[in-house]
Design a protein around this ligand. Structure first.
Ligand code: SF4
Ligand code: FES
Length: 218
């Protein structure tokens, strides 16, 4: 696994932090309007080029939690989305948004409280986080979701993600699962999502990890 680099980009009112181990280079930040990120410039992130509102908007687009921001002038920082959602990306990770409590989330990645991309192909070297290994693999899944779950009476509140050893991601909390097509597919408060890549009922765990050689710590 590549060495972790944490970079702080200091502006007069905002400090943007980037965590190299979580970034999967989908470039949501680089394509946002404005000059906050410019890969041809050094430093490539300059918070003084944008208003605090625009800085926060770009940081919140980062699907992995690699970006976070702290404002020193009293501007409110990022708040959790009012609903917990998990999008099953076509051939890629599970993208989580909301009030996230991911077991073992490192303190130097505060963005993971709001946004995260979790491996579901089983191949990441930075589990439970996606490291883009799916892109060079045979993992194929279009993000279809079969089950509907129960209807939620309320949304929001903490979403706890527990990492089962050599097994799935256990979810506890109000959550909606969005299929790869963008369809709102499943709602409920408890389920287990496959992270070994072997389930025949993705994104849910169907027990296929049992008896397989897949290991969650590799
Ligand atoms: S949006 Fe996040 S994951 Fe994507 S390139 Fe920027 S920092 Fe990396
Ligand atoms: S974690 Fe993949 S089937 Fe259980």
């Amino acid at each position: 696994m590549a060495k972790k680099i944490i970079k702080d980009f200091n502006g007069d009112a905002a400090t943007v932090t980037w965590n190299s181990q979580l970034c999967i280079h989908v470039a949501e930040c680089g394509r946002a309007k404005g000059d906050l990120f410019d890969m041809s410039r050094k430093p490539w992130c300059d918070p003084n080029t944008s208003t605090n509102e625009d800085v926060l908007d770009v940081v919140k687009r980062c699907p992995t939690g690699a970006l976070s921001v702290v404002f020193s002038d009293g501007t409110d920082g990022e708040k959790s989305a009012t609903e917990n959602t998990i999008t099953v990306v076509y051939g890629g990770p599970l993208v989580l948004q909301g009030e996230l409590e991911i077991e073992g989330a490192p303190d130097d990645a505060p963005g993971l409280k709001f946004r995260a991309s979790l491996c579901r192909c089983g191949l990441s070297k930075n589990k439970p986080y996606c490291d883009n290994s799916h892109a060079n693999s045979d993992f194929k899944d279009y993000g279809a979701v079969g089950d509907k779950g129960a209807q939620l009476e309320e949304t929001g509140g903490p979403l706890k993600v527990t990492l089962m050893e050599n097994g799935p991601l256990r979810l506890s909390g109000n959550v909606r699962i969005v299929a790869g097509s963008g369809r709102s597919a499943w709602q409920g408060t408890k389920t287990a999502l496959c992270r070994c890549g072997l389930s025949k009922n993705k994104p849910f765990c169907d027990g296929a990890h049992r008896g397989s050689e897949w290991r969650s710590d590799v």
